[in-house]
Design a protein around this ligand. Structure first.
Ligand code: SIN
Length: 285
């Protein structure tokens, strides 16, 4: 039996990272994100992010918007969402909000953020400020293990294939109740490999999701639908998943290149609120 926890855990000196589950995630302690992080802590956080794919920063205070933005920028240029409303005065921040009047809550189906972009986000940092009494969890699924667990013949079939990721069917009118008029928006569409290689770890990850991926190029519609269904089922299989229950001011930082996530809207009519900063990624290869 291989000890997965050991294999993905480095010896961090300036943070403490407690594995969340054997396959995916870590809780991070010993960092105060309401202040700028030191270069030494940033080094450990960057390594832990690659090791664990999603980090949950615990025992946090509310992070001022400019500090949250600056923390995101340490990982790269920030990504602008193609459709969602932003925080007043902070176009870099996407406000997550659902209450009794909401028609939708964000991220209710499995996805990798904005995979319909030519260069989909590298990672996303969400801090929750207002949480329901219970519920409002977020689930994450490990796309390395989803790929690894496929049989060799299926791996052979999908390596080299590309798929279309579309967004109009998801975004059009989605944020109307939050004041967005998207009549003249052009919603992004992109073609990506079904199996991508993570640019930093070199590991292969499955890169299709039920929200944005609509068809596989080079196959008939029937073939594409069947293979996509098989891959979605694989990506959403319970053995690759974790489920995170938020405490106020927790910040989750996930790697969209090797995990998917899904927010559970089981708390209506209660409220849930947070702020999200998203970092630009590169073109999947
Ligand atoms: C999202 O960013 O997709 C939503 C995540 C969440 O609200 O937990």
């Amino acid at each position: 039996m291989v000890n997965l926890v050991k294999l993905r855990d480095h010896n961090y000196k300036f943070i403490s990272a407690k594995p969340f589950a054997p396959n995916l995630g870590a809780e991070v302690y010993g960092v105060d994100l309401s202040k700028p992080v030191s270069a030494a802590q940033f080094g450990d956080i960057s390594q832990a992010f690659l090791d664990h794919q999603v980090l949950f920063f615990k025992n946090q205070k509310e992070i001022p918007p400019d500090v949250h933005i600056a923390f995101g920028r340490k990982f790269g240029e920030l990504h602008a969402h193609p459709a969602a409303p932003t925080m007043e005065g902070y176009p870099e921040i996407f406000e997550i909000h659902a209450d009794k009047d909401s028609k939708i809550a964000n991220g209710e189906f499995w996805h990798s953020d904005v995979s319909c972009d030519e260069e989909p986000p590298l990672g996303t940092m969400l801090q929750i400020h207002l949480a329901p009494l219970c519920g409002g969890d977020t689930m994450f699924s490990d796309m390395y293990s989803a790929y690894d667990a496929l049989s060799t013949p299926i791996k052979r079939l999908i390596n080299g294939l590309t798929a279309v990721h579309e967004s109009e069917h998801i975004y059009k009118g989605r944020y109307a109740d939050r004041g967005v008029n998207d009549t003249n928006y052009i919603f992004p569409t992109a073609v990506h490999p079904i199996v991508r290689t993570h640019p930093e770890t070199g590991k292969k990850a499955l890169f299709v999701n039920r929200t944005f991926t609509t068809r596989i190029n080079g196959l008939s519609h029937e073939e594409s639908d069947s293979i996509l269904q098989l891959l979605f089922d694989q990506a959403e299989h319970i053995s690759h998943q974790i489920r995170f229950s938020w405490s106020i001011n927790d910040l989750a930082f996930w790697d969209n290149r090797c995990c998917m996530h899904r927010a559970i809207w089981d708390y209506w009519p209660e409220q849930r609120k947070g702020r999200r900063v998203t970092i630009k990624g590169d073109r999947p290869k």
